[in-house]
Write a protein that binds this ligand. Sequence first.
Ligand SMILES: Nc1ncnc2c1ncn2[C@@H]1O[C@H](COP(=O)(O)OP(=O)(O)OP(=O)(O)O)[C@@H](O)[C@H]1O
Ligand SMILES: [Mg+2]
Length: 263
Amino acid sequence: MVVEEKVRRSLRGAQGRPDVTTERAAIGGGEAVLFARGLTKVYRMGEVDVVALRGIDVELFRGEFVVLLGASGSGKSTLLNILGGLDVPTSGEVRYCDHDLSAAAESTLTRYRREHVGFVFQFYNLIPSLTARENVALVTDIAEAPIAPEDALSLVGLAERMDHFPSELSGGEQQRVAIARAIAKRPDLVLCDEPTGALDYRTGQIVLEVLSRVNRELGATTAVITHNAPIAQMADRIIEMSDGRIRSVRENAAKLSPADLRW
Ligand SMILES: Nc1ncnc2c1ncn2[C@@H]1O[C@H](COP(=O)(O)OP(=O)(O)OP(=O)(O)O)[C@@H](O)[C@H]1O
Ligand SMILES: [Mg+2]
């Protein structure tokens, strides 16, 4: 496990990050990295208003792993997009640490996304003509204190596949490249919208193991949307949405490892 130890050291060392264990101990009573109050979102479709969020109060705490559940159309992606600065609410307040995102200019949101947020989507959005390493380097080239593409790919278990093109990788491997790309800038937040949605169960488990490992080792606050309720068993907290509202927020006392999940 020489590579892993090297990656771990480079992750911890380069920015003198606070000890991850201490941060994780603060979950629950901890610091809210994201804070939202009274969020609403209305999409205007010609004459018709589609209400996607009907008043959301939510926090994400530093270092935690949250799973977001809810029926199709309940507003999960809309909420995640607003938290990640891809969209703005119609009304309500959303803050990242001390920064107000609800009234931010597009340029501020762009900077917020670039510096602080790593996104992972159902479809991997890799550039087909670039290798795994080059896909990750696209991000690290413009980041301030990135993880080297090689280290990010090692962290997701792809040390041996760095020079492969997306077409030479399986779906699960492509998703791991997408995760390496999302985390290589050392984001404070990793936001994932159905990251296992296109994968079979076993491959999905591997991807969840990678997300769990990244959460542990980088300390990045991680939120994962899924339709597979059993996946929630790996979370610190489980947020359930229905019809544009948060129906429940639960702490998960008996956290399972992804390898023990069945869905
Ligand atoms: N760009 C858009 N324009 C108009 N309506 C939208 C838009 N995006 C989402 N909606 C509507 O807002 C509501 C919430 O959608 P959202 O995509 O957030 O749900 P979701 O919980 O992510 O669903 P799924 O599980 O199917 O991905 C739905 O009624 C949807 O049709
Ligand atoms: Mg969605």
